[in-house]
Design a protein. Structure first.
Length: 563
């Protein structure tokens, strides 16, 4: 794709002082790799806001500026909704007047979309400039709405799908009947991405079939197709995941890559499980953007962030991230790896599975069936001059011993464990059989974490509780006068008053005194007491800080901290 902005608008932006020359040189290096257009580069690198880019582009080229917040989707010409062209160029026809088609664009200097739409429609095209983020969201809404018109999430009619009553469910090769199934599955995948879901669950039962999305950590039922379609739905998902559709007796794992646009695609990790009434299929959405968030967005308090960054700067030692499944451990590890990912650093990871591809990092997919286990991968890493090693999970004594040996011999090691708190992680290592001396001398930092739902900024409301109740919940008398406690309400922009999630962390460095307690065989309760004396906030205390700041509700903190 030609980078029209580089020669015209980019130069104007520099002349106006909106971006600096250094960004232009970075663009020259990045343009052929990560970003298909200069607009993508400017917005995703946060060099300019979508609004500022739109105003500058409209002003420099003398085109009209359209605010899509006040645009009605009904005006999109039905006969010009060419999804292939629209998604290819990220350009949307917004009006049709006589023989003129008005196109909403981000880059008014790129004439290729104009030529393609004029050829496709036979109309003359005029341009209006819009904001980058609003255009992308509107395009998704146009085609989500179109899919919704074809399928109802709550009222299914077999005859409208052209399917039988299920008497020939084992025959999944009828392409004429599979067409509606393909469309429905695609709609479910796009809906899950649009709603910010982390997982999709396709669940067959004796007399019903249920599809649920996990949004902000909570499962919501979104569709209930007839149970007669169970086999066809699972077969389609298995074909997309390159699984064996004939094998229904054992679990299988696969992946799907869904291309959303020319510049963005989403991976799904797929797991099939034989159940009493058919195959349950769970899909985990693997969005590489989540690994590029940056440490400032994850929710660390300033002191916690400083401790994490300090540990990452050390040439050796072990950083452990702990928490239940779905608590954000992978994102925390990938964020740290991104900070360390420089030309001078050799980074190798052993993962099961590799969830997100990180350019510049040597990632190994563990394959126990082929003999490639975590211990074998770690042994190979140590023969390849690594600076940083990441182990997806420490599951057994052999993996723990090799990882600790690496941390003691000049390597920075990062890994995860499944424990409830930072002090309990030390106990877990000792119970595995790791000598106390090795634990005390190799582990440098432990991060325990949870994810709490973030209150919707548009509808949250102040919450007032008696001071006695606040003290009982764990707030201090010093916090109460200045806190901004809020509760969820619910609106069209959120799910039950919540939108997105925020991390809650217990960041515990291994101090000299804590190391001594490990050597003395102290239990996790004694280590937790010492951590408190050293100023380490546990998960409950960190959560209350988020509630006091109005980021989440007290009820949500009680949910995620088991109170």
């Amino acid at each position: 794709m030609a980078f029209n902005l580089q020669s015209i608008l980019l130069r104007r932006l520099g002349q106006a002082g909106l971006i600096d020359a250094g960004h232009c040189s970075k663009l020259a290096a990045e343009k052929n790799h990560q970003y298909p257009t200069v607009a993508d580069f400017l917005i995703n690198e946060k060099l300019i806001t979508p609004q500022a880019l739109a105003i500058a582009a409209a002003g420099f080229t003398m085109h009209s500026l359209l605010d899509l917040d006040y645009y009605d989707l009904e005006y999109v010409p039905e006969q010009e909704r060419n999804e292939k062209l629209i998604r290819k160029h990220q350009v949307l026809p917004v009006f049709k007047r006589n023989r003129t088609l008005f196109l909403a664009v981000v880059d008014p200097t790129d004439m290729q979309p104009v030529e393609d739409f004029e050829f496709s429609s036979g109309l003359h095209a005029e341009l209006v400039v819009v904001e980058y983020d609003k255009l992308h969201k509107l395009i998704d809404r146009v085609f989500d709405q179109k899919s919704s018109d074809n399928f109802s999430n709550t009222d299914w009619d077999l005859s409208s799908l052209g399917l039988s009553d299920g008497s020939d469910d084992d025959d999944v090769s009828n392409e004429a009947e599979d067409g509606p199934i393909i469309t429905f599955i695609n709609k479910m995948l796009h809906d899950a991405i649009r709603k910010g879901a982390s997982d999709l669950h396709f669940e067959p039962y004796e007399k019903s079939y249920r599809i649920r999305f996990r949004i902000d950590g909570i499962l919501h039922e979104v569709a209930s197709p007839p149970v007669a379609l169970s086999t066809r739905l699972s077969a389609r998902l298995k074909v997309m995941s390159r699984l064996d559709i004939a094998e229904k007796r054992v679990p299988q794992d696969g992946r799907i890559k869904l291309k959303l646009s020319q510049k963005k695609s989403i991976d799904f990790r797929v797991s099939s499980l034989p159940t009493l009434w058919g195959e349950k299929i769970v899909m985990r959405i693997l969005d590489s953007d989540s690994a590029m968030l940056g440490i400032d967005i994850l929710g660390y308090e300033e002191q916690q962030k400083k401790l994490y960054l300090t540990a990452l700067e050390q040439p050796q030692g072990m950083i452990l991230v702990t928490g239940p499944t779905g608590s954000g451990k992978t994102v925390s590890l990938y964020t740290g790896l991104n900070i360390l990912n420089t030309e001078e650093t050799n980074i190798s990871t052993a993962e099961d599975p590799v969830e997100i591809n990180l350019p510049g990092i040597n990632q190994v997919q563990v394959n126990p069936k082929a003999g490639l286990t975590f211990p074998m991968a770690l042994k190979s890493f140590l023969r390849q001059d690594p600076d940083v090693i990441m182990v997806g999970e420490i599951r057994d004594l052999e993996t723990a011993e090799i990882a600790i040996k690496a941390a003691q011999t000049g390597h920075l090691v990062m890994s995860t464990l499944h424990t409830n708190s930072a002090p309990e992680t030390l106990t877990r290592l000792l119970n595995m059989g790791v000598p106390a001396y090795n634990v005390a001398s190799s582990v440098s930092l432990i991060i325990a974490q949870r994810l709490a739902r973030r209150l919707c900024s548009k509808c949250k409301a102040p919450e007032t509780l008696p001071e006695a109740e606040l003290l009982k919940q764990g707030f201090t008398a010093q916090q109460i006068p200045t806190m901004s406690l809020c509760k969820p309400i619910g609106c069209d922009s959120c799910t039950g008053g919540y939108k997105g999630r925020v991390g809650i962390y217990e960041v515990m460095p291994i101090s000299t005194i804590i190391a001594e307690k490990i050597m003395q065989g102290e239990n996790s309760l004694e280590i937790a007491k010492q951590a408190q004396l050293e100023g380490v906030n546990n998960l409950r205390q960190s959560g209350l800080l988020k509630a006091a700041a109005g980021l989440t509700s007290l009820a949500e903190i009680n949910r995620v901290t088991n109170v």
